[in-house]
Design a binder for this molecule. Structure first.
Ligand code: FES
Ligand code: FES
Length: 174
């Protein structure tokens, strides 16, 4: 259930967030998750709601550069944070290299898990801890794909990782 716009008599809290490079201020009830804020109030519906309790990774975004399940984060606890969603990585005309690689490798079927997979994969490359394919698979294990596109997802990430070793990490499509 989207609670971000639900009327209620309880007090709200002021919160400032930078979302995809844009500074925004809100007055939010303390129980509003980052996921509901993004999808409800901000209409950034690229971030998906799957399980809504930290099990599927569909809601993955980057918070201060780290991948996180946005369903598990209360927005009021993130005052001052920088949030990057799939909408902040690239545009249809100017895709992020990871978005391009997912397209080229057919790394999706229904696409529901894909924004979370891509945000997680971008952060994984930046983390620099995965070097082998089995490490990619293990470190992407928090992102479930009910269509079973795991092999192609790993192919896409491997390609971007290899390109990243030959060039500086790209923050966004240039
Ligand atoms: S919706 Fe957040 S982990 Fe499933
Ligand atoms: S592409 Fe359908 S759930 Fe992953």
């Amino acid at each position: 259930m989207d609670l971000s716009s639900q009327s209620h008599t309880a007090a709200t809290c002021p919160v400032s967030l930078t979302i995809n490079g844009e500074k925004r201020s809100f007055d939010l009830h303390p129980w509003v998750s980052l996921l509901d804020l993004l999808r409800g109030q901000l209409e950034l519906t690229g971030t998906k709601k799957g399980c809504d309790h930290g099990q599927c990774g569909a809601c993955t975004v980057m918070i201060d550069g780290e991948r996180m399940n946005s369903c598990l984060k209360l927005a009021v606890s993130l005052d001052g944070a920088e949030i990057t969603t799939i909408e902040g990585l690239g545009t249809p005309d100017n895709l992020h290299p990871m978005q391009k690689a997912f397209l080229e490798h057919d790394a999706y079927q229904c696409g529901y898990c894909t924004p979370g997979q891509i945000c997680s994969a971008v952060a994984l490359v930046k983390e620099g801890h995965a070097h082998e394919r089995h490490e990619i698979r293990e470190q992407m294990s928090g992102n479930l794909c009910r269509c079973g596109a795991y092999t192609n997802i790993a192919d896409a990430i491997e390609e971007v990782m290899a390109a990243d070793k030959a060039a500086p990490v790209r923050e966004a499509a240039e």
